[in-house]
Design a protein around this ligand. Structure first.
Ligand code: PLP
Length: 384
């Protein structure tokens, strides 16, 4: 058998190579311009990204973590306040809440979409007594939006702000409204492997509210409206001109690349339909952008090892929920009843290779290997 090259679970280099000429030209232009921080590339990207999302304002910042942090601070959330979120997420979501000085409270997730469970959210709010609760950070995980209509209803009734963590959901939508347009403020990450990825760090704060935009703009750079005069006690978290120029190129390809991810998901769906794996689900009115294609199996680790032996890389997002990781263990507040779904899925979810430069042929081969593994009975060894 001829050895096919190892298939990576994500591949930012392949994405760079697919757009190399445009990206090299954009980078060259910034280098030649002599202007490297907060210039026309950043403001151009901000306008284009806001228009793409269908929101009024976008503000480039240094990372997704900083975008969440800034969103919270912009809403006036800080020490003494509690913020609801989930434990099945990038640690960044919880870290950003603590960066703002607030206290995270964690709700469980829905087993169909792996996003915030509305009943668990309500239970957490009731148990906590809502005096100190200020906001909900909702995570749109793996490219599938959380149940925003239901979460906004709860938030409205309880007087809570809603911040969307859109780091895995650039271009996803519920009906006609894209993620980023649902909450009071939203945060995006442009880490290189995201659906819209820079070639370095980057993020954005997004909102329809001009007052919040202005406050976030000040906080982004030392609280300056006028240079060297701090009106607010801010920080430094700027998107740089190089990354903004790169993102302007990549934004032009985002819709096509999200469509490509959906085609690959359809190849996996068809190829894996006969297996006992639980495949990703997509709510009826949702446009999924498949940041990850995540399957669920009680034999997850064996399946990953088998695929690795066949030259196929996979990823586990996330092997441990935030509340069980050493830095957070035994000190975070959980929804009453605990986080049973969260703790269960962490042992069972596996992300198959998924990126826009993956080929149908590769996805078919991966699905074929998984079918063969199940057929060989390898998945039943521990069942009897
Ligand atoms: C990647 C990610 C972040 C953090 O973004 P950075 O740009 O790496 O700081 C936050 N939340 C989620 C859900 C993510 O996937």
């Amino acid at each position: 058998m001829s050895a096919a090259p190892f298939v990576l679970p994500s591949n930012p280099k392949a994405n760079y190579l697919a757009h190399r000429e445009e990206l090299d030209a954009a980078v060259r232009q910034v280098l030649d311009s002599g202007w490297y921080i907060l210039g026309q590339e950043v403001s151009g990207f901000e306008a284009e990204f806001a228009a793409y999302l269908g929101v009024k304002h976008a503000l480039g910042v240094g990372s997704g973590t900083e975008a969440i942090h800034l969103a919270l601070r912009t809403l006036g959330i800080g020490p003494g306040d509690a913020v609801l979120t989930v434990s099945h997420t990038a640690v960044a979501t919880v870290a950003a809440i603590e960066l703002a000085g607030a206290t995270p409270v964690l709700a469980d997730i829905d087993p169909a979409t792996f996003t915030m469970d509305v009943e668990s959210l309500e239970a957490a709010i009731k148990a906590h007594g809502h005096r100190r609760l200020k906001a909900i950070v909702v995570v749109h995980l793996y490219g599938h939006p959380a149940n925003m209509p239901a979460i906004l209803e709860v938030a409205g009734r309880r007087g809570l702000f809603v911040i969307e963590d859109c780091a895995q959901a650039h271009g996803a939508s519920i009906g006609a409204t894209k993620t980023g347009g649902w909450g009071h403020v939203a945060a995006f990450s442009f880490y290189p492997t995201k659906n819209l990825g820079a070639l370095g760090d980057g993020g954005a704060v997004v909102t329809n509210d001009p007052v919040l935009t202005e406050k976030a703009r000040l906080l982004r750079q030392y609280g300056w409206r006028e240079r060297y005069i701090s009106e607010l006690a801010g920080t430094n978290t700027r998107l740089d001109e190089l990354q903004a120029a790169i993102l302007r190129v990549k934004l032009r390809h985002l819709e096509a690349e999200n469509a490509r991810r959906r085609q690959l998901a359809a190849v996996y769906d068809a190829g894996l339909a006969s297996t006992p794996l639980e495949l990703p689900r997509c709510a009826r009115t949702v446009t999924h952008v498949y940041h990850q294609y995540t399957v669920r199996s009680p034999r997850r680790d064996e399946l990953a090892a088998y695929l690795k032996s066949k030259g196929i890389g996979t990823a586990v997002l996330y092997p441990q929920p935030v509340h069980l990781q050493p830095a957070y263990r035994d000190r975070l507040s959980l929804a009453p009843g605990g986080l049973a779904v969260t703790e269960g899925v962490c042992r069972q979810l596996l992300c198959l290779p998924m990126h826009p430069q993956l080929e149908d042929e590769q996805a078919r081969r991966i699905a074929g290997e998984i079918v063969r593994w199940h057929a060989s009975g390898a998945d039943e060894r521990q069942d009897g």
